[in-house]
Design a protein. Structure first.
Length: 188
């Protein structure tokens, strides 16, 4: 039995932000022809950045939602860059946006096979219906995240508000799977 450490990748950080005033989305569309705004389909404007590669939804209320960042810092940087771009193109912006991380989604590989049946009984707070979905849904209490576990040893962690919560949750689960002998490593 060769124990491994979890390989964790942050896949998406979602941040919300807001200005304390309304925005004219038509004016933003005129200033940025690449911005996507179809009010008949969706009330927000999509403002894409190449660096960091993100998409920020901007609403007329002044609220913004940034998605696609690979870290907390990158999400905050992206919102600040969008606001700076708007200002540089004559859009009136008063004050600084207050940005808050809403959700972090990460993937991980544990390096061994997971006995999902056994995990269902040992972990608690799980849902496993293989006829409906091939993964086990585990609701961790602390940190408060939801982890989708697959027999392959791969998992998806969602609901974290800080990157450190992702690492804490995945490593805590990995250790628990080893202690309970739910994860099996290939002999080398």
């Amino acid at each position: 039995m060769t124990k491994t450490t979890a390989v964790i990748n942050i896949e998406n950080v979602v941040a919300s932000s807001g200005l304390q005033h309304k925005l004219d989305l038509d004016a933003i569309t005129k200033a940025f022809p690449t911005a996507e705004y179809r009010p008949e389909q969706f009330p927000g404007l999509v403002f894409r950045l190449k660096k960091p590669k993100t998409a920020t939804l901007i609403f007329s209320s002044g609220k913004m939602v940034c998605t696609g960042a690979k870290s907390e810092g990158q999400a905050i940087k992206a919102v600040d860059k969008v606001v700076k771009e708007l200002k540089n193109h004559g859009i009136i912006i008063m004050g600084r946006p207050q940005t808050k991380i809403q959700n972090i989604v990460a993937s991980a590989g544990l390096g061994g096979r997971i006995d999902l049946e056994k995990a269902t009984y040992k972990l608690g707070k799980t849902m496993y219906e293989p006829e409906q979905f091939p993964g086990l849904i585990y609701r961790m209490v602390s940190p408060k995240v939801v982890i989708l576990l697959f027999a392959s040893g791969k998992l998806v962690c969602t609901g974290a508000k800080k990157e450190e919560e992702v690492y804490t949750a995945v490593n805590k689960l990995h250790k628990n799977l080893e202690v309970e002998e739910i994860i099996h490593y290939e002999e080398v």
